[in-house]
Design a protein around this ligand. Structure first.
Ligand code: C2E
Ligand code: CA
Ligand code: CA
Length: 738
């Protein structure tokens, strides 16, 4: 017999899909007539044919078994008493072979025993010979209809079993957890996914309250999911609940859809709530991806700061709040000074590390609620959403500038970088995002133009400056072609003799449109736009050319100093350019000095040292310009081949007398003597300063007291005179003896 019981374990594995082997009866049942008497056999076969049955015959037990082995028969009309193999033996054989055929015994032996033993052997019915035809046909009809019923029943059972297996398979191989809870929230069913996803064996959950699994913070929200009484569209949809993994330390986010289950079979109205059916989908990865995408959309991945988009969001919100509550806010544009230098000389990896450190340092200057964003490159923006006065913004800007005073230690490099900051205030400098950002940007450019490492509050006049900047740049490009640049020379004198010891080359721009411009007005923009390179080359060429003319006239000053911008120094080919000039004009390197500022040494790249060494190798001297204003790191003086330090002219203000400047000048003088460096004081305007410098043993001086920068023509005249500069009485008294 076929096993029609549920096979509980079978559904674990994939199964063949589809309902197979329905055992349906063939349309035309086939009957095998078995009798050793030919007459009976043939007449019976003929009668059955008349009733529409298809028949075969067998003349004994043996041939019956052969026929049954070869072909399927729906019914066997079997004589019991046969000479070779009798009917009982045939039935035993049928049972042994598990043939699906129905047997009606037709026998002359009418004893009850014979009938019973036939039925025991699986016969469907027993018919005594002789029999009425009608009786025979009725029994055959009965047998067939019973078989049909049995077959249908079997097919239904099989179908049920298959579909049960199928549904079980679908439920257990579902990518989602499927569960039912009773009216108290206790688990009554759960599919295999629970274990593979969360590590809980399902037996451990059956009978337990579902909330035991839920992450503590989500328990309250989970109540709806656990005891959902609503059905249809009102039921819980897509609720996200976090569940910790049973054994691993991870928290999964599941998306729950659950519905109330009601007993619809009972007579109660409304029907009784019996529990909850739910499906929980693992959305952990999807959620992470979504979070990452939104993080990426709103953050700068390098520094982790807000990006332009998020900043705009925050700014928009802050403006709305400020408008509503009538308070001020500040927007700052911050730009790293000379970041490009670091990037170009030390590479992007170090550039990136520096940006990360810069972001950290900036963060430390902020209060809670401020938004700091990276706009891209080396530009940052800062939003102070609520301030009481302009002073609040200034204080923060000041804090930022000061925090950049200390160097950054990046991968073994000591880097000094500074910030230029532009500040725009709401509502004074603009009442919408775009104007505030634009004005903070303009103020930032202004602070760059004014010398960097400072902040600048926006003022309405700056819009013009911004436009001027553009036109200045255009004019400057044209000026190169039109030869509008000139150089002048300012003498440097020996403090003891008062005689010219050297001169500094200074560039001028005689613009037919803008007038006679000081380098302070165009050098910062020239540096920003890269025009400083051709301008620098022009100055070098002019100075070398002039030196060669003076040499031919026998007037050669001891030294001609030339200012080299940081950007120019970084430029590939500067050293070759200078070497080429020396060859071209047949001049000795020792009569030139290149003035560089500490900024140029900032990136401390090996190749800057290398370049300075190459220049030194040609006999060219190196002066550190504007000493005292930058970082004045002593390490520079040791690391780089420096010959001269130039005390910045700002220290001459109030010197002597101003105790602050007095002590700085004194310290620098002592330092120069200690390191045996040549020392030049710049911006010397008063005789008193000259005397004090003499006392401090500063060996050279430069300034209006002796001479303004002069044209080459005027300098030639001075050189020809060869006299000490400045009135005799101004020089220190005891100089006369020397
Ligand atoms: P710097 O190198 O410090 O040059 C000295 C500046 O101080 C010059 O201004 C000079 O005219 C001015 N000065 C000289 N003596 C006195 C004085 O007694 N009192 C006062 N108040 N000022 C005095 P200048 O020529 O306007 O140059 C300004 C700056 O522009 C220079 O400062 C230098 O950094 C830059 N610069 C000038 N020429 C060049 C150049 O050819 N190339 C580059 N890269 N920069 C240049
Ligand atoms: Ca200089
Ligand atoms: Ca200087």
């Amino acid at each position: 017999m076929e096993d029609t019981h549920h096979n509980q374990g079978a559904c674990k594995d994939a199964i063949n899909i589809g309902i197979s082997n329905m055992n349906a009866l063939p349309k035309q049942p086939i009957i095998l007539v078995v009798d050793d008497e030919p007459h009976l056999r043939n007449s019976l076969s003929a009668i059955l044919s008349l009733h529409g049955y298809t028949t075969s015959t067998a003349d004994g037990g043996k041939s019956a078994m052969e026929a049954l082995a070869n072909k399927h028969f729906d019914l066997v009309l079997l004589d019991l008493c046969m000479p070779d193999v009798n009917g009982h033996q045939v039935m035993d054989w049928i049972m042994g072979q598990q043939l699906d055929t129905c047997v009606i015994v037709v026998s002359g032996d009418s004893s009850i025993d014979s009938a019973i033993s036939s039925l025991r052997r699986g016969a469907y019915d027993f018919l005594r010979k002789p029999y009425e035809i009608d009786e025979l046909v009725l029994k055959i009809e009965n047998a067939f209809s019973k078989r049909r019923l049995e077959s249908e029943n079997r097919a239904i059972n099989l179908q049920l079993r298959e579909s049960e297996r199928w549904y079980r398979y679908m439920v257990n191989s579902s990518p989602d957890i499927i569960y039912t809870l009773d009216a108290d929230g206790l688990c009554t069913f759960c599919n295999d996914r629970l274990e593979s996803l969360l590590g809980y064996p399902k037996e451990s959950i059956i009978g337990k309250h579902f909330s035991a699994l839920v992450y503590a913070e989500d328990r309250e929200a989970a109540q709806y999911v656990i005891q959902e009484r609503r059905t249809g569209d009102r039921a819980t949809r897509n609720m996200e609940i976090r569940i910790p993994h049973c054994t691993e330390s991870k928290l999964l986010t599941l998306e729950f859809n659950s519905f109330g289950i009601y007993d619809e079979t009972g007579s109660e109205t409304p029907p009784i709530y019996i529990g909850t059916y739910g499906v929980a989908k693992d959305v952990t990865e999807k959620k992470k991806a979504a979070q990452l995408i939104s993080y990426q959309a709103y953050h700068d991945l390098l520094t982790g700061l807000a990006n332009r988009m998020l900043f705009k969001d925050h700014l928009e919100l802050a403006i709305a709040q400020a408008r509503r509550y009538r308070h001020m806010l500040a927007l700052m544009f911050l730009d790293l000074d000379r970041f490009k230098v670091v990037n170009d000389t030390l590479g992007h990896v170090i550039g990136d590390h520096l940006l990360i450190e810069v972001a950290t340092r900036l963060r430390n200057c902020l209060r809670e609620g401020d938004t700091l964003a990276r706009q891209g490159g080396d530009e940052f923006t800062l939003l102070l959403p609520q301030i009481d006065s302009q002073e609040d913004a200034v204080r923060t800007a000041d804090k930022v500038i000061k925090s950049f005073g200390a160097p950054f230690q990046i991968d073994g490099h000591e880097l000094y970088v500074s910030m230029s900051i532009g500040i725009a205030l709401y509502p004074d400098n603009g009442d919408n995002i775009d104007i505030l950002i634009k004005n903070a940007d303009i103020a930032m450019y202004e602070s760059k133009a004014k010398g960097r490492n400072r902040y600048q509050l926006y003022s309405s006049g700056m819009n013009v400056t911004f436009a001027e900047r553009l036109s200045l740049e255009i004019q400057m490009r044209k000026a190169l072609e039109r030869n509008e640049f000139q150089v002048v020379y300012q003498p440097q004198i020996n403090v003891i003799t008062g005689k010219i010891s050297g001169m500094e080359t200074l560039v001028r721009w005689a613009s037919p449109i803008l007038g006679y411009l000081s380098p302070l007005e165009f050098i910062p923009l020239a540096e920003e736009t890269g025009l400083i390179i051709p301008i620098g080359e022009f100055v070098l060429k002019s100075a070398f050319n002039q030196a060669s003319l003076w040499k031919q006239a026998g007037l050669l000053p001891q030294r001609i100093a030339i200012n080299i911008s940081a950007q120019h120094l970084e430029q590939e080919g500067l050293v070759d350019f200078i070497a080429q000039l020396l060859r071209e004009y047949e001049l000795d390197g020792s009569m030139f000095e290149m003035e560089i500022t500490e900024n140029a040494l900032l990136s401390d790249g090996e190749h800057i040292v290398e370049k300075l060494r190459l220049l030194s190798g040609m006999g060219i001297k190196i002066a550190l310009d504007d000493f005292g204003t930058g970082y004045s790191s002593l390490s520079y003086l040791q690391k780089f081949p420096i010959d001269t330090i130039k005390i910045d002219q700002s220290f001459m203000r109030g010197f002597p007398g101003d105790s602050g400047n007095d002590s700085i000048v004194t310290a620098i003088c002592t330092l120069a003597q200690g390191l045996q460096l040549n020392l030049i004081a710049e911006g010397v305007e008063e005789a008193e300063q000259y005397r004090s410098l003499h006392t401090l043993q500063c060996n050279e001086a430069q300034g209006f007291l002796f001479s303004k920068p002069l044209s080459s023509h005027d300098i030639t005249a001075l050189l020809m005179k060869g006299a000490p500069l400045g009135p005799q009485h101004l020089r220190p008294q005891h100089c006369f003896n020397l």
